[in-house]
Design a protein around this ligand. Sequence first.
Ligand code: F3S
Length: 390
Amino acid sequence: MDLNKEEQQILDGEFGEGTQQAMELIVALGKIYGAKNLVDITSAHLSGASYKTIGDGGLLYLKNMVRKGVKVKVTSTLNPIGMDRTRWTKMHVSEHFAKKQAEILELYNTMGVKTTCSCIPYTGTNIPKFGDHVAWAESSALSFVNSYIGARTNREGGPGALAAAILGKTANYGLHQKKNRCPTVVVDVDIANSIFEYSLLGHVVGSMIGNGIPYYRGITPGIEEVKAMAASMASSGAIALFHIENITPEHKDFDTSNLDVINIGKKDLEAAREDLNDTNDVQLIAFGCPHLTEKEMHEIASLLKGKKKKAGIEVWFCTSSSIRTKCPSDVKIMEEFGHVLADTCVVVSPIEGVFSRTGTNSCKAGNYLSALCSQKVMCRDIVDLLRIVQ
Ligand code: F3S
């Protein structure tokens, strides 16, 4: 790889062991993927925030980075953690877990990372611009900024995104280069317009095309629907970029006339929905994967207004602290039905052993609750799920 003088000095350890370690990782990734050089980034978004997902090994890694004195060079935000910072007892989280989680947060803070802890930082705390090179982990968020904003990031892992944040640079390969952002298949869609249908659509397409780049025709999603699609495509498959005709910024930049065409309709979604459901009887229903936007908070509150909650099933609404603070009247209504939790989510919190059957309106959560959290899953539209607790 061609490194400039300063990059080479960092690699040689002239600026300290921490930045050297970060450069070694970025250069190693660049060599694996055929990068010729590094590219400056404007922001990073880091995963590896929950004690549940990184454990003591991850905590030690972060402690070592802090001991070596590293700081992030660009705006860097953090993914959801394993608990609400003030309401963790409502989530049945143990004191041991809470203590470890607080340590992790403090370490990221010391490195200069904004510990806002949301998987939708693109709605507030970290908003890239079209054409920006960024290094984002969190598969749903990176897919959103690639696709809806036209920023450029690869599907980073936690350590790679942190290394890039420390350097303010990443290896220039993959989706950082326009030539690799071409669609690989056209997807013609005939579905209704609910968020759940968009989540199912993403689930179906992710399962079908793995890590391809779909070019959608026949849909007109808004931000919330794109967020749902991005999340499910990145979990049933490994899709990091998609185009939507007349919506995404780069949709006109590529010739799609010779691509294969897949048709997706209601029957495909229904088959996926059946596949994702393996219980009719839940103990917990969780909304907010990815985190609820202000618009979704208003919509849920309006669905619940004036209704009475049935006893028995626990309900979690997950969002960011800033969105929770901005929606006090919605929160008041939602708290009649459950806990409005900030900066955490059902997948990265330690629910195993507390619950074994969980409901969600997100196909991403549907996939991960069974694969990562030992849950039987009910995956339904938001209105159907809310009906169960009224
Ligand atoms: Fe966000 Fe957790 Fe879902 S991090 S995308 S709410 S699994």
